[in-house]
Design a protein around this ligand. Structure first.
Ligand code: ADP
Ligand code: MG
Length: 406
């Protein structure tokens, strides 16, 4: 009786493991079909919009420089789109990070166009942006996967890139230099089996949503926000929420190492419009440099150039594992549809079109970061492994175990 029950439980566990593996595989096929570098545009609400949205949900038109111009992206979110709808479209990439991929989401656009609204959002369940929603989804999934024997570790950092220098937004202390990271070689790839870290930056283990919320709040307070002629709270720096995800499955001795980077870029407006002077001018130059480096990286990827200039800016170097063919990238191009912003909007849409042209070049190349130790499965899970093996007779022992959890 007991023996039969144990066998039945083992069979059921094996079936779950098999469907989890199939789910991962199908999920990845879906994401790859859509391309590993994708571009979405989001249009901010405005009573007198100078933009026309296409009925296909993927195009936008504007009249600028004496002619009618159209742009098509993977998706265009109109002014009525909610934070929940936006997250729905990106949640599959959050899933990919849990499955062991290096994932990066950017919000790009001129100051005031809605970058921080999209990434961070504001208080209240409806107003929350991608960062809090992603954390919530990941914690939910981690809880669910526990039942299947997966143990996940989530380690977060919050980094700012300002004037080509990293700053730890989770560092204690106040003042200009708090959290400043002076080490020029602070970016470390391949740490702890395949994660990226900024040496000297605080890392926080995330186990609850409350802890995550406290971390995000602390980082928001620390962000360097200074006034320019454009917007009193203009952000003159890039912020990167980095989440390193490690999933371990003892029964199959499998380890997944994914990452989710959520990047709120500095304003993309050109120098003259923000009337920057002195220190502001230096900031504006380094912002332009890192944003144009980002554009150069995408251009090199699109043309399949042998050399991709990741090292030309701190931001692209940090995000290198996500940007190349082996990672997954999504860029939100936020635009302000009011008439005075048309020229900036045109620049943003052109930048987006350049990124969009990489889609085909990078398609199909993403790599999941999986490691399989040669160690024996613990005895308590041996029955699961055994039954699983019988359920896929065509595969070798090693391959079948690996296939189940990838
Ligand atoms: P950025 O970070 O690009 O400078 P913000 O995200 O701070 O811009 O947006 C500027 C203002 O516009 C904020 O008050 C924000 O709440 C509002 N806003 C931006 N996008 C939207 C949107 N899609 N729906 C409603 N309000 C928005
Ligand atoms: Mg902002």
């Amino acid at each position: 009786m007991l023996g039969r029950l144990i066998r039945r439980v083992a069979n059921l566990e094996a079936a779950i493991a098999e469907s989890t593996a199939q789910r991962r595989e199908l999920h990845n096929q879906l994401v790859e079909l859509r391309g590993n570098i994708r571009v979405f545009s989001r249009v901010k609400p405005h009573p007198a919009s100078a933009l026309t949205l296409g009925g296909d949900g993927a195009s936008v038109r504007l009249f600028a420089e004496g002619k009618d111009q159209g742009f098509t992206f993977d998706r265009v979110f109109g002014p009525q789109s909610t934070q929940a709808e936006v997250f729905q479209e990106v949640s599959e990439l959050v899933q990919s990070a849990l499955d062991g991929f290096k994932v990066c989401l950017f919000s790009y656009g001129q100051t005031g166009a809605g970058k921080t609204h999209t990434m961070q959002g504001s208080k209240g369940p409806d107003a929350q942006g991608i960062i809090p929603r992603a954390i919530l989804k990941i914690l939910d999934e981690v809880e669910r996967l526990k039942e299947q024997g997966w143990v996940y570790e989530l380690e977060a950092s919050f980094i700012e890139v300002y004037n080509e220098t990293f700053k730890d937004l989770l560092a204690d202390g106040k003042g200009r230099d708090a959290g400043k990271i002076t080490d020029q070689n602070a970016v470390k790839h391949g740490v702890a089996g395949g994660h990226t870290q900024v040496a000297g930056a605080t890392t926080v283990r995330i186990t609850t949503t409350d802890a995550a919320a406290a971390l995000v709040r602390k980082a928001a307070q620390a962000r360097a926000c200074e006034a320019t002629a454009m917007n009193a709270v203009s952000s003159r720096s890039h912020s990167v929420f980095m989440l390193n995800i490690t999933g371990r499955h003892a029964a199959s001795a499998t380890t997944l190492r994914g990452a989710l980077n959520l990047v709120d870029l500095a304003g993309s407006e050109r120098l003259n419009r923000s009337q920057a002077e002195g220190q502001r001018q230096k900031e504006a130059c380094s912002i332009n440099k890192s944003l144009s480096s980002l554009g150069d990286v995408f251009a090199a990827l699109a043309s399949k150039s042998a050399h991709v200039p990741y090292r030309n800016s701190k931001l692209t170097h940090l995000l290198q594992p996500c940007l190349g063919g082996s990672g997954k990238t999504l860029m939100f191009v936020n635009v302000n549809p009011e008439a005075p912003s048309l020229q900036e909007t045109l620049c943003s849409l052109r930048f987006a079109a350049k990124v969009n042209s990489c889609e085909t070049a990078a398609r199909g190349g993403a790599k999941r970061h999986v490691e399989r130790a040669g160690c024996e499965a613990p005895s308590s899970s041996a029955a699961t492994a055994q039954v699983t093996l019988h359920s896929i007779p065509s595969l070798s022992k090693h391959a079948s175990l690996a296939g189940l959890y990838m």
